[in-house]
Design a protein around this ligand. Structure first.
Ligand SMILES: [Zn+2]
Ligand SMILES: [Zn+2]
Length: 443
C-alpha cells in the first residue's frame, strides 16, 4: 500500500516537473515534502526493520578492523547482488561502490564506514562480538545496515530517480584514512555531493544534530623518542635524563595552544602516551611520548605540526637529549566541513521526517572524521543521528559498553534515501546531453 502511494506520488511529482534537464525546475513543494515521509513509512515496515537488524547483528558478531573488512564487504556485496544493484569492487582493499538509478548525472553519494575497533566488548547480549579483542563500538555496523536499508528503498524506486545514487561502503575510518584511499581510487569521480550520518548516544532518538561549516576538527597523531643516557638514579651527574627532558617537552607543548594560538581559534595538543623507565633507581636511556593535535583550519593545523616538531627537538636539547618526531601521515585527517547549501537541504529533509524542532544545531567538535577527505573534495554533509534511549546509562562511542539502539534504523535509512532522492530532483544536471558514465562496462 505504501509503495503504491509512493508510485502515485512520483507520478504526481512528474506531472509537476518539466524535463529533468531543464535548468528552471519548479517542483511542487508539498509533493517534494511527502517523499521523506513515504520513505519513513516504508523503512518502518517490520520486514525492512528486521532485515536491517539481522544484517547489523551479523556484522556486529564478526567485527573486522580497518582494511580487513573482507567478510563485511562480502556480506554487503551479497545483499547488493540480491537486490540487483551494480557495484564496483574492490576499491581501497575492501571498499564497495554501488550504483542505483539512471547511470547518468547528476550523481549523489551516500557513505557508510565498515570498520570495527581493537577492543573487547563488555556488553553481554546474544549477538556479542565473537572475535576476541575486536568490537563494533562506534556503530559502523549500524551505518552499513542503514545504508543497505536505503539502498533497498532506492532500488525499489530506481526508475523514478532523476540521476544516480552512489553507495559508498568504505574501509578503515578509525585512523586508517579509508576515505582518502577511496578518493584516490576514484570512488567519487563524477559525484556532485555526498552525505553521511553517524549514530550517537548523546542525542535522543528521533533527533539529529549537525551544523553548516566546520563540524569536526583536523586531526593528527605524533610520537617522539627522546634519547638521553641511562644510569644509576642516585648518581644523576653521570646520566642524561630523558625523563626530565620529556617532562619539560610536555610542559612546553602545552604552551603552544595557550600562548601561540588565537584564543578564538580552537586547537588542542594532548600528550596521551608517556613510556620510559621501569625501576625506581634506574634512569632510562630513552622515553617515548605520543599524542594528538587538533585544529579547525589548515593553516592552524600545519602551524601546530611544525611547532610540535620544533618544541620537542629544541626543548629536548636543553637537557642535552636528542629527539626524533614521527607524524602518522595515514591518520592525518583534514577539517570536516559541511557545505552550507547541503546543510539547508538536510534541514528540510530531516525536518519533514523528524519535525524541525528535532534538528539540533550543534557546536563543532574536536573529534576527527575521515569523511573530511570526501567533504574536502566535493560538497559534503555530515550529521549525527540520535539514538539515546529514554532510560539507562549513556555509553559513548569507543566505550566497551557502547550499544546501538536498533530502533534508529528506520530513521537512518529514510534520511539517507530521502536526502539522495530529493537532491537529485532538485539538482538536475547542467549538461544538455548528459554523458553516460562507463561504470556499467567496468563491472
Ligand atoms: Zn569511532
Ligand atoms: Zn565512527
Amino acid at each position: 500500500m505504501a509503495f503504491l502511494k509512493w508510485v502515485l506520488l512520483i507520478f504526481t511529482l512528474h506531472s509537476f516537473m518539466p524535463s529533468p534537464i531543464s535548468s528552471n525546475l519548479s517542483l511542487n513543494k508539498e509533493a517534494l515534502a511527502q517523499i521523506p515521509l513515504n520513505f519513513l513509512e516504508f523503512s518502518k515496515k517490520p520486514e525492512i526493520v528486521n532485515w536491517m537488524v539481522n544484517i547489523r547483528r551479523k556484522i556486529h558478531e564478526n567485527p573486522e578492523l580497518g582494511y580487513e573488512e573482507f567478510e563485511t564487504s562480502k556480506l554487503i556485496r551479497a545483499e547488493l547482488d540480491l537486490m540487483g544493484i551494480l557495484y564496483k569492487y574492490p576499491i581501497a582493499v575492501t571498499g564497495v561502490v554501488g550504483y542505483i538509478g539512471t547511470g547518468k548525472p547528476p550523481f549523489v553519494a551516500l557513505r557508510a564506514d565498515m570498520d570495527a575497533l581493537a577492543m573487547e566488548e563488555l556488553v553481554e547480549w546474544e549477538h556479542k562480538s565473537k572475535v576476541p579483542g575486536k568490537m563494533h563500538a562506534c556503530g559502523h555496523d549500524a551505518h552499513v545496515a542503514m545504508l543497505l536499508g536505503a539502498a533497498k528503498m532506492l532500488q525499489h524506486n530506481q526508475n523514478d530517480l532523476q540521476g544516480t545514487v552512489v553507495l559508498i561502503f568504505q574501509p578503515a575510518e578509525e585512523g586508517g584514512g579509508g576515505a582518502k584511499i577511496m578518493l584516490d581510487e576514484g570512488a567519487l569521480d563524477n559525484v556532485d555531493a555526498i552525505f553521511a550520518l553517524h549514530v550517537t548516544a548523546r542525542v535522543p532518538i528521533g533527533m539529529v544534530a549537525s551544523r553548516p561549516g566546520p563540524i569536526s576538527a583536523a586531526m593528527g597523531f605524533f610520537e617522539a623518542v627522546i634519547n638521553g643516557k641511562g644510569g644509576h638514579a642516585a648518581i644523576p651527574q653521570h646520566t642524561v635524563d630523558p625523563i626530565l627532558a620529556a617532562s619539560n617537552v610536555i610542559v612546553s607543548l602545552q604552551h603552544l595552544v595557550s600562548r601561540e594560538a588565537d584564543p578564538l581559534d580552537s586547537q588542542v595538543v594532548s600528550i596521551a602516551k608517556f613510556q620510559g623507565g621501569g625501576a625506581f633507581n634506574v634512569i632510562p636511556d630513552s622515553v617515548t611520548i605520543g599524542g594528538t593535535f587538533r585544529a579547525f583550519s589548515k593553516e592552524s593545523f600545519l602551524q601546530l605540526r611544525q611547532r610540535i616538531e620544533e618544541v620537542i627537538s629544541k626543548q629536548a636539547s636543553v637537557q642535552r637529549c636528542n629527539a626524533t618526531v614521527i607524524f602518522d601521515e595515514r591518520s592525518m585527517y583534514p577539517v570536516n566541513s559541511n557545505n552550507k547549501e547541503l546543510h539547508e537541504h538536510f534541514r528540510k529533509v530531516a525536518g519533514e521526517i523528524l519535525g524541525f524542532e528535532n534538528i539540533i544545531e550543534m557546536q563543532p567538535q574536536m573529534g576527527g572524521e575521515d569523511f573530511a577527505f570526501f567533504s574536502e573534495s566535493i560538497p559534503g554533509l555530515f550529521f549525527f543521528l540520535g539514538m539515546k534511549e529514554t532510560e539507562g546509562a549513556v555509553h559513548s562511542g569507543h566505550s566497551p559498553s557502547f550499544r546501538v539502539n536498533e530502533d534508529v534504523f528506520p530513521y537512518g535509512a529514510a534520511l539517507h534515501a530521502s536526502l539522495a532522492t530529493t537532491y537529485l530532483l532538485q539538482n538536475p544536471t547542467k549538461y544538455t546531453s548528459p554523458p553516460e558514465v562507463s561504470y556499467r562496462d567496468e563491472l
